[in-house]
Design a protein around this ligand. Sequence first.
Ligand code: ADP
Ligand code: MG
Length: 299
Amino acid sequence: MADVRLPPGITGVHVLPADHHDGPWDSIIVPPGTKEQLLGTAVLVLRHGRALQSLSGPPHGLIVLAGPPGTGKSTLCQGLAQAAAVAVARRGATTFVEVDPHAFPSELLGESQRAVRRLFTETLPELAARRPHTIVLVDEVEALAVRRSTASFETNPVDVHRATDAVLAGLDALRATCPHLLLLATTNFTAAVDEAVLSRADLVLELDLPDEEVLARIIGSSLAELAALWPPLRHLAEDAALHAKLAGRCVGFDGRRARKVILASVAQRPELAADPAQLTAEDLFAAVEAAAGTVTGRR
Ligand SMILES: Nc1ncnc2c1ncn2[C@@H]1O[C@H](COP(=O)(O)OP(=O)(O)O)[C@@H](O)[C@H]1O
Ligand SMILES: [Mg+2]
């Protein structure tokens, strides 16, 4: 899907709402109220961002999702973009812009600073002028806005510090020119993200590793997806007691790992891979034990 005309640092530009794009939002299982809070903040900025600039403490239009890898941050942001676009669709379409912070050069002194400044002061405002609503996703923002108070000058080039300064200046500039633009940022490591960037966030949502109850639901949903492809597996997908037992053995897994272990269970033997409808509860337990062993072994 490479588009040679995309500006530097931008990996995707999409128009939302898009048909059949509801999957990500529904696939991530989070504690009650979490999605409402995300969607509420998003809609407030998209719809009323301009009007709210008259407040003494106007929103920055920034939502930060933080948490360990594999807890669904990126997927939730993709889903939020679609859900928010649906919520405001009556007033027009939404441009969804994906930024890759790793795409900014940091080896050359001043290079990334200039690139970041251009992103916030030229590229994003130009994209935002296209449609009534704009949502920008900066996935793994810690690559861009490194915490200056702890970044050492030996391990981080001076340029990294300058890039963080450029991000802050850029955020403020963007707020002034595009108060209705929503910026979503994810980080695997809140402690690595600059405090001044975090303090500008209207919502910092910390996603934890799933607890047993959520793990059971992720396992159930993964089995339901398999059962949609191989209907004889429906009995496994509907067995809540089995999901709970498997979840008990998956404590410490992130959501990605929990989903992968179900897929791995089908790949344990060539005959089973050839005909996944033969999957049994024993196969599932065996796959979970194998994966749990790997997790423990890595510690
Ligand atoms: N809470 C969750 N509920 C359901 N699935 C999850 C959850 N967390 C992670 N996953 C699964 O793991 C995959 C990877 O998630 P991702 O959004 O890439 O995580 P992150 O960005 O936090 O590393 C998702 O596609 C999803 O299938
Ligand atoms: Mg991610």
